[in-house]
Design a protein around this ligand. Structure first.
Ligand SMILES: Cc1ncc(COP(=O)(O)O)c(C=O)c1O
Length: 425
């Protein structure tokens, strides 16, 4: 059982005085980390099942990323990439194109920025003024991305938005239409044609449908492949662009570099961030040459293509490929899901276990499938007390998203703590 020490206490107090708007699920003051283990400032260690929100796929303190960043620091930290040319961002973009098959890249610093760029590109290319996104979707908190986001009212209250209509995601465990897959005929996707296009938004005004391949913040919701196929069909029939938000699910977390590959669907524009920087702030928006043909100056930023981020990002992508992180994600994902399914048989609190690769959600329920919100929060808190970092998602989901380099021993230890905590709850 860890004890929050005096160093942690002092930093938390100082933090509360100066920081605004941040929510922390528990009191963990980090000091350093290695692979899949985090150490706090009082010397406690924790197995990490959260990857700092699906960022640290290559593991903490990754040597390849560190060396690439340090070597770039010796030469030059930043150049005005929108004004000058430089090789590191070009190399990074070439690598991203090689790995995805897209032809053009816009570099930025975060997930929300990569989504903003995708939105602006779709508006610019189609000359249309509206978009469709999904309930429970999360795309970031800048105003454009926030317009797409529909996970918590708290995020949206009082803020003006771009015109976005929301439709139902294929959340089969809690079907919003009270139907059952596959008899439903994937009606949730068809709602776009049946209701939105008939009553509220003309397809001729719809620039893009924006979707997460697997919803992350909304509760780790894995739709049937048919859902994405239907979205692709609706886009194709109406000249609408399909934007895949791979910010959380990309970077081999689901086995494939882009999670949408699992569903056999190709988007027109892709947003990536989080894991592709290996911990260095990096965002990328990818598309074809035809779509990303906006004139110079239509969209730009100061730090996109920053030399450190580019060097770190390239080293991250090379490491991911060299170490076959996609294969490891699939192998370990199957193992963890099996263990979680066994726990589901033992503990009625677990209502659903779902995921692909190492993007796994455990939905906790009580009574008649009511979200076990308090119990979920207790489990996350008890886990940290016992040396396991978990993060919540959705209403009552726990996400299991460890670094893709995690070892079997660490997985077993982490799952052991998880089960102990479940028992206690
Ligand atoms: C799918 C998705 N898109 C966009 C974002 C926003 O990314 P950022 O917090 O880097 O702006 C997130 C963040 O969790 C996300 O999960």
């Amino acid at each position: 059982m860890r004890k929050i020490g005096s160093k942690s206490r002092q930093i938390i107090e100082r933090d509360h005085k100066v920081m605004g708007a941040l929510t922390r699920p528990y009191e963990l003051v980090v000091d350093r980390a290695e692979g899949s283990t985090i150490f706090d400032v009082d010397g406690n260690s924790y197995i990490d099942f959260a990857s700092s929100v699906s960022v640290m796929n290559v593991g903490y303190h990754n040597r390849a990323v560190r060396e690439a960043v340090c070597s770039q620091i010796q030469k030059m930290v930043h150049c005005g990439f929108p004004d000058f040319y430089a090789e590191p961002p070009v190399k990074l973009s070439e690598k991203l194109c090689e790995m995805t098959g897209y032809e053009k890249v816009f570099l930025s610093n975060s997930g929300a920025e990569s989504v903003e760029a995708a939105m602006k590109l779709a508006f610019w290319y189609t000359k249309r003024n509206s978009m469709i996104a999904f309930y429970l979707g999360f795309h970031g908190r800048t105003l454009g991305a926030l317009s797409l986001t529909a996970s918590k009212m708290l995020h949206k209250e009082h803020f003006p938005s771009v015109k976005v209509l929301h439709s139902h995601y294929a959340y089969c465990y809690r079907c919003p239409l009270n139907l059952e897959y596959p008899d439903c005929g994937i009606s949730c996707a068809k709602e776009i044609e049946k209701t939105i296009f008939k009553r509220e938004l003309s397809p001729r005004d719809t620039a893009a449908i924006v979707v997460e391949p697997i919803q992350g913040e909304g509760g780790f919701i894995v739709p049937p492949a048919e859902f994405h196929h239907e979205l692709r069909r609706i886009c194709d029939e109406n000249g609408i662009l399909l934007i895949s938000d791979e910010v959380q699910s990309g970077g081999f977390r689901t086995g494939k570099f882009m999670a949408m590959e699992n569903f056999g669907v190709r988007a027109d524009i892709v947003s990536m961030s989080k894991s592709i920087g290996g911990g260095v702030p990096l965002g990328a928006t990818l598309s074809t040459s035809e779509i990303m043909s906006w004139q110079p100056g239509t969209h730009a930023n100061t730090f996109g293509g920053n030399l450190l981020a580019a060097a770190g990002g390239l080293a991250t992508l090379e490491f991911m490929e060299k170490e076959r992180l996609g294969e490891k994600a699939v192998e370990n994902g199957v193992y963890i899901m099996k263990r979680l399914d066994e726990m589901k048989d033992k503990y009625p609190l677990i209502g659903d276990v779902r995921g692909i690769g190492l993007m796994i959600g455990v939905e906790l329920v009580e009574g008649n499938k009511d979200p076990a919100v308090e119990k979920r929060n207790n489990i996350v808190n008890l886990a940290i007390e016992n040396g396991l970092v978990l993060l919540p998602a959705g209403d009552s989901v726990i996400r299991i998203v460890p670094p893709l380099v995690i070892s079997k021993e660490e997985i077993d230890k982490g799952l052991g703590i998880f089960e102990d905590v479940l028992k206690k709850t």
